[in-house]
Design a protein around this ligand. Sequence first.
Ligand SMILES: Cc1cc2nc3c(=O)[nH]c(=O)nc-3n(C[C@H](O)[C@H](O)[C@H](O)COP(=O)(O)O)c2cc1C
Ligand code: SF4
Ligand code: SF4
Length: 248
Amino acid sequence: MKIIGAYFSPSGGTKRATQLLCGLFGEYETLDLGGRERAARHFDQDELLVLGLPVYAGQIPAVPGLLDGLSGEDTPCVLVAAYGNRHYDDALAQMKDLMGKKGFRCAAAAAVITPHIFAPSLGMGRPDEADEAVLKELARKVQEKLAGENWTEAQVPGNPCPAPKKAIPVPKDRDWDTCLGCAICAKACPTGAMDLSSLLWEDSKCISCMACVSACPTGALGFSAAQLAEKLTANFTARRDIELFTEG
Ligand SMILES: Cc1cc2nc3c(=O)[nH]c(=O)nc-3n(C[C@H](O)[C@H](O)[C@H](O)COP(=O)(O)O)c2cc1C
Ligand code: SF4
Ligand code: SF4
């Protein structure tokens, strides 16, 4: 069975978690869903999609058409919600619902903890060795399930169609003295919020994903999230464990 790891990962945590899980199945291909253009791929029945998305405000990122390019033919998938140690809320339910409508069947799902970009001490170093052991067990269970006939889809918690939430307003700024004008930031922006020539961004289109900040080669782009970091650190420091969903 061919394994394909697809991810949207503005600051790299979801990519790392998705690739870690893919590697536990064996060799795998990757598909990056980030950037200005939407990646597209059709999946056959004998392939396995491992789909990793980060959790924003308890939901999947509000990138228009984020998953539009993916289609399957009753293709099995494993869903990974990567979150910064607060909670994943409705993200897995949304993923399962959307992917079901695109021809995928949810063999299993995992809520995995990754570093929180706005509160670096949350999820620091995750996934770690203990997490890897849990993901190994998940890979084993999925292989066992898919080897049998008539397997049932995994149930996941949450509301599949929650009311959209507004993006957390996290102010960004650019140091024009160190900016090269290369537009790497604008090309990395998944919503087209950043203009390719003026390099300015439209707040109404910005989902605060910080892909632009992470992509900048000189560190000319920054953000200020001190208050948010303080609130998150005060409330969500206790280590959360990976949660697995394999049963129908
Ligand atoms: C706009 C935004 C909202 C977020 N909301 C949540 C949240 O509701 N719960 C949580 O635990 N982490 C939250 N996080 C943290 C991300 O889920 C975490 O940093 C994730 O690993 C980012 O993925 P990436 O490293 O692949 O970009 C949020 C991050 C961003 C940028
Ligand atoms: S990626 Fe950085 S250096 Fe390049 S245009 Fe954007 S802010 Fe300037
Ligand atoms: S401008 Fe906003 S939406 Fe675009 S990459 Fe930057 S933070 Fe993300």
